[in-house]
Design a protein around this ligand. Structure first.
Ligand SMILES: [Fe+2]
Ligand SMILES: [Fe+2]
Length: 194
């Protein structure tokens, strides 16, 4: 298993909806990996999961949801529901990150987080992405995909090749710090004030 496989910015998809759906599959695989990891490997896999979720959700919040809010029917209600789901998952993720993977309730929380994140991803695919695809051009979706990848590439805790198992060597940040960093990068790139 290489860290590359769970680095979202290296994905080949050029359409933002294909890209986000491929990331949803990557998130499911990474939950499997954390669940199946030995106690010794769990921290490293969990670090990658935290990073992937942080960059994925933040890129959606900054680039995709605002666009969908304007473009799709009933956009405000659909996006408000998605943001509420994302916030709930982020709170649990932050609590788990703080307590660490050795906490006695880690596996129980992981299953709860997984259920919440997967239900959220299904709702995005069903209520947001289908309509977004119908209401946008290929060029718009390509440009959003480029934005998402650029932001994800700048996110912290990027493991250096060959050091992925040396968890201590990774620049580990809290989920909130990671999301803030991704948000800053996106806003700078898009020319907005932070
Ligand atoms: Fe999301
Ligand atoms: Fe998503």
């Amino acid at each position: 298993m290489t860290a590359q496989r769970t680095a979202p910015e290296t994905m080949g998809e050029t359409d933002v909806i294909d890209l986000l759906q491929a990331q949803h599959a990557m998130i499911r695989d990474l939950f499997d990996e954390v669940e199946q990891a030995s106690a010794k490997d769990r921290a490293e896999a969990f670090t990658r999961l935290v990073r992937l979720l942080a960059v994925h959700e933040t890129a959606e919040e900054e680039i995709v949801h605002p666009y969908a809010r304007r473009k799709i029917d009933g956009g405000d209600a659909v996006i408000d529901d998605r943001l509420a789901e994302e916030n709930e998952a982020k709170e649990l993720l932050s609590r788990m990150d703080q307590a660490g993977p050795a906490a006695p309730d880690f596996m129980e929380n992981l299953l709860m987080l997984r259920a919440a994140v997967e239900a959220h991803a299904r709702s995005e695919e069903r209520y947001e992405f289908l309509q977004l695809r119908a209401h946008t051009s290929e060029a718009e979706r390509r440009s959003m995909a480029a934005g998402v990848k650029a932001a994800e590439a700048m996110a912290p805790t990027h493991p250096h090749p060959g050091t992925e198992s040396a968890t201590k060597n990774l620049l580990v940040g809290t989920p909130v710090a990671m999301m803030d960093r991704v948000r800053d990068v996106i806003r700078q790139t898009m020319g907005k004030k932070p």
